[in-house]
Design a protein around this ligand. Structure first.
Ligand SMILES: Cc1cc2nc3c(=O)[nH]c(=O)nc-3n(C[C@H](O)[C@H](O)[C@H](O)COP(=O)(O)OP(=O)(O)OC[C@H]3O[C@@H](n4cnc5c(N)ncnc54)[C@H](O)[C@@H]3O)c2cc1C
Length: 587
């Protein structure tokens, strides 16, 4: 079969904030850029980001990037790489102003400056009073950023492949990444995109869990593509559970609701966070608040007939504040709960939210392979940014507002590094036909229709298993069972068949390939969680309740081959300031 081939300087897989920021940098430098996205760009999950983007602009309260850096290192439970964290926090103010100039309609203070709200884990003066660092466009910040970046890319003449699904990377014998094989979702035709550099910006993998805040498309495709190209993925045991998802459904109620003065109560009407985080209370870090809610429910102080959730009060804030600062939240609650949060508190419970782990990169966005003893080398031609990458600025727990920052800062940095790479690598390398055939064989596998287990049923079983065996609280026996179950289910993939309805055939093929990706990522997550015998950030082991810096202050690396695990040191040295050494984490 002759497959259409197209050539670009750079292939960007993913049109969320990370991919679009990188593409913009490149198109403005007159590189020839293709952006491939399985959904129309402005439907990428970035569009759903509510609360805002962090930068120490000091528009509302005193602030500086060094305090932001301290909070991020502490929030990461000391697993974040401090060179990358310093780089991100220093770049933040400039990055936000750049977004403003690109056209992002930020909310305003009365003096005309960008509005900033308080978010969890933020402090002034290295752990002092609450800071207000999150720049917001009401509670639709991601929407504002994504639409602006898309429009700027159209102006810069970025070439878009909308509704194309990337199947796998193309790689040669020397380890260079040469582009990818993609599939037109509309026609079912494969294409080969040859590129001198390829950037993965495919977002997170929240769909490995049943109850989650993520879009249906967040299936960890880029991470799985990396795994299949023999690249390990890092720190997958660290998955953030957001404290306030709508109970039983999972849709997100932004931390901004608590930032605006909302708070949590149990069935006795007690503001219980005062007991768990005496200082920061409801604005403690997310892992802390999620665990506190889970404990309240477990100890019988949950609300509702089943006692299975707690309540988030914003009804005391008044209709004006809600209308001005939290309009999207009100819409969400009206739509999914048929009640008005201005009048009644919202039932909430922790929900799977953010993938801290991902494809290992350095602060230039280059994907790096370990060489042993802490040394690393870039994989030539391959970059990754955003939620699919692990740079690692979030370590064991991400602070709210730091992910939009991460995608913009490192999207831009990767764009700049690619421009340098292109200057030195001016020609396309010969295509590796074996690698193309391998990618196509994945597609061929799903050409078989007929009777068998359905994609949907197996996916739901996987998601439920991950929720039951790898949730907020974890322990050896349960995790081991989880690993066994996921492996047994993965073996059943061979018997899965696409049902014979021609009208949905192509969609089902995509969902089948997404399911394969979910299995890769889920197995990485539960295997890494079983291995890490300590509690750190979002990874909370009932059988190892303490953080253990002596043995576990290191990143995990999971390989697809033999499900092997390896480890590498944390980069504790920042670029220009002193390190923040590990301390007990109190809020
Ligand atoms: C409900 C919600 C609210 C949030 N609120 C905030 C917030 O207020 N502040 C904050 O800092 N963070 C927030 N986050 C986190 C933050 O929004 C995300 O981490 C970030 O936007 C991810 O951006 P991204 O560019 O990495 O990926 P995404 O925006 O997820 O985009 C991924 C892209 O990859 C494409 N893609 C994936 N797989 C393939 C494939 N196989 N082939 C082709 N294309 C593919 C998709 O089509 C999409 O274009 C929130 C997250 C959620 C879910």
């Amino acid at each position: 079969m002759s497959i259409p081939r197209k050539r670009f300087d750079t292939l960007v897989i993913g049109a969320g904030g990370g991919g679009l920021r990188a593409a913009l940098q490149l198109s403005q430098a007159e590189a020839n850029v293709a952006v491939v996205s399985k959904v129309f760009p402005t439907r990428s999950h970035t569009v759903a980001a509510q609360g805002g983007i962090n930068a120490a602009l000091a528009n509302v309260l005193p602030d500086n990037w060094h305090w932001h850096m301290y909070d991020t290192v502490k929030g990461s439970d000391y697993l974040g790489d401090q060179d990358a964290i310093e780089y991100m926090c220093r770049a933040a103010s400039h990055i936000v102003i750049e977004l403003e100039h690109a056209g992002v309609p930020f909310s305003r203070l009365n003096n005309g400056k960008i509005y900033q709200r308080a978010f969890g884990g933020q402090s002034q003066d290295f752990g002092g009073e609450q800071a207000a660092r999150t720049c917001a466009a009401a509670d639709r910040t991601g929407h504002a950023i994504l639409h602006t970046l898309y429009q700027q890319n159209i102006r810069a003449k970025t070439h878009f492949f909308d509704e194309f699904f990337a199947i796998d990377l193309i790689k040669d014998e020397e380890g260079y990444i040469l582009g990818a094989v993609i599939l037109s979702i509309e026609t079912g035709e494969p294409y080969i995109i040859e590129a001198k550099t390829t950037l993965l910006a495919t977002g997170g993998a929240g769909q490995i869990f049943r109850t989650n805040t993520n879009a249906r498309i967040n299936t960890g495709d880029g991470m799985a593509m990396a795994l299949r190209a023999d690249i390990p993925i890092q720190d997958m045991e660290f998955f953030q559970f957001h404290p306030t998802g709508i109970a039983g459904k999972g849709m997100l109620i932004t931390e901004g609701a608590r930032g605006e003065g909302g708070f949590l109560v149990n069935k006795n009407g007690e503001r219980f966070m005062e007991r768990y985080a005496t200082h920061a209370k409801d604005l403690a870090s997310r892992d802390v608040v999620s665990r506190s809610i889970a404990i309240e429910v477990r100890e019988g102080r949950g609300c509702g007939p089943k006692g299975d959730h707690v309540l988030l009060k914003v009804d005391h804030l008044g209709a004006d504040v809600v209308a001005k600062r939290l309009p999207g939240i009100r819409d969400t609650v009206l739509t999914f709960l048929h009640m008005d949060p201005v009048e009644k508190p919202i039932p909430v419970f922790p929900t799977a939210h953010y993938t801290m782990g991902g494809i290992p990169t350095n602060r230039y966005g280059q994907v790096v392979a370990p060489l042993g003893q802490g040394a690393e080398e870039p994989i030539p031609g391959l970059y990754a940014v955003g939620e699919c990458a692990c740079v690692s600025v979030h370590g064991a727990n991400r602070l709210g507002g730091n992910s939009l920052l991460d995608i913009i800062v490192f999207g831009r940095a990767a764009g700049n590094d690619i421009i340098d790479f292109l200057k030195e690598n001016r020609f396309h390398r010969p295509l590796d036909e074996g690698s193309v055939d391998q990618a196509l064989s994945r597609l061929a596998r799903w050409d078989q229709r007929g009777e068998g287990e359905s994609v949907d049923a197996l996916r739901q079983e996987l998601q439920q298993t991950m929720e039951d065996y790898c949730g907020v609280f974890r322990e050896e026996k349960v995790l081991q069972e989880g690993v066994n179950k996921v492996k047994a289910m993965e073996a059943r993939l061979a018997a899965v068949r696409i049902q014979d309805h021609s009208s949905v055939f192509n969609t089902q093929r995509i969902e089948a390939m997404e399911l394969e990706n979910l299995f890769d990522v889920a197995l990485a997550t539960v295997t890494s969680a079983l291995a890490r015998q300590e509690s750190r950030g979002a990874h909370s082991r009932v059988d190892y309740p303490e953080r253990d810096d002596e043995h576990w202050l290191k990143h995990s690396l999971f390989y697809k081959k033999d499900h092997r695990l390896d480890f590498k040191p944390v980069r504790t040295k920042p670029l220009s300031v002193d390190s923040f050494p590990p301390k007990p984490r109190v809020y």
